[in-house]
Design a protein around this ligand. Structure first.
Ligand SMILES: [Ca+2]
Ligand SMILES: [Ca+2]
Length: 252
């Protein structure tokens, strides 16, 4: 019995198995796909080993990143961690990190787009030696949940064409569009489920149904579900396409 007990104890003391990186992953096109919240273990095999990963984010306002290593405390082992945004691969985060077995590193990177984010682990380069230890990377998109009755205030779109006054109460969302060019204002009324409000136009020329997606407490996206001009023609932006994003300007 005793050897069996020893074997069982050894088995339960193993940490949960995570994924291991798959080389070659040295370019964005070859990035390993991460599972949200699951650890992946990798290693920089030499001074020219770049480890690219990607993770999908949908309606998240931040990426929570944990970067750990069995690297002993007191060593100078350094890794560079870079995050690139989906639309144009611009770097939105870059830091040189020194995790140790006692101190994993946690970072929160704020994001504002949906899509595939690239996370790159790279050597520092120059005279800095490349660490031979494994690293453990865990990335978790922080999914924003819009609190009820939380949106009251004035917003502005990213094309500078209008301000929007948003009033949310127990009966739904009232959304008033105030164009800066002096054209007629419009009002929309409807309800919100989770982070998405479906609003029908109730005041102003033409008719439309609008979908607002709240990405965070201070940003939203607007799309037409249907739209007709006063003359009965189609609107300038096709149904389902983004009309604008808006940011919170001020409120209560
Ligand atoms: Ca590697
Ligand atoms: Ca690699």
């Amino acid at each position: 019995m005793r050897p069996l007990v020893a074997v069982l104890l050894t088995m339960v003391s193993f940490p949960a198995m995570g994924d291991v990186e798959s080389e070659s992953n040295n370019t964005e096109n070859l990035a390993n796909t991460l599972t949200a919240g699951s650890v992946i273990t990798g290693r920089l095999s030499n001074d020219t080993d770049f480890d690219y990963y990607q993770i999908a984010s949908n309606n998240s306002d931040a990426l929570k990143i944990e970067f750990a290593s069995t690297n002993p405390t007191g060593t100078e082992n350094l890794w560079v961690l870079i995050v690139q945004r989906p639309s144009d691969n611009i770097i939105i985060f870059q830091q040189t990190l020194n995790p140790t077995s006692e101190s994993p590193i946690n970072r929160t990177v704020e994001i504002s787009e949906n899509g595939n984010y690239i996370i790159l682990i790279a050597p520092v380069g120059g005279s800095t030696p490349t660490p031979s230890e494994d690293y453990d990377l865990t990335v978790t998109p922080n999914n924003f949940q819009a609190p009820l009755s939380s949106f009251n205030g004035v917003w502005q779109d990213d094309i500078g064409s209008a301000f929007y006054s948003v009033h949310e109460g127990s009966e739904g969302v009232l959304y008033i569009e105030l164009p800066r060019d002096g054209s007629a204002w419009k009002a929309y009324l409807g309800g919100r489920q989770s982070n998405v409000a479906i609003l029908d136009q109730v005041v102003g020329p033409g008719s439309s149904r609008l979908e607002l997606t709240f990405i965070s407490t201070n940003s939203l996206e607007a799309r037409y579900l249907s739209c007709q001009t006063e003359q009965g023609g189609s609107c300038s932006v096709a149904n389902g396409e983004m009309i604008y994003t808006a940011i919170f300007v001020y409120g209560d």
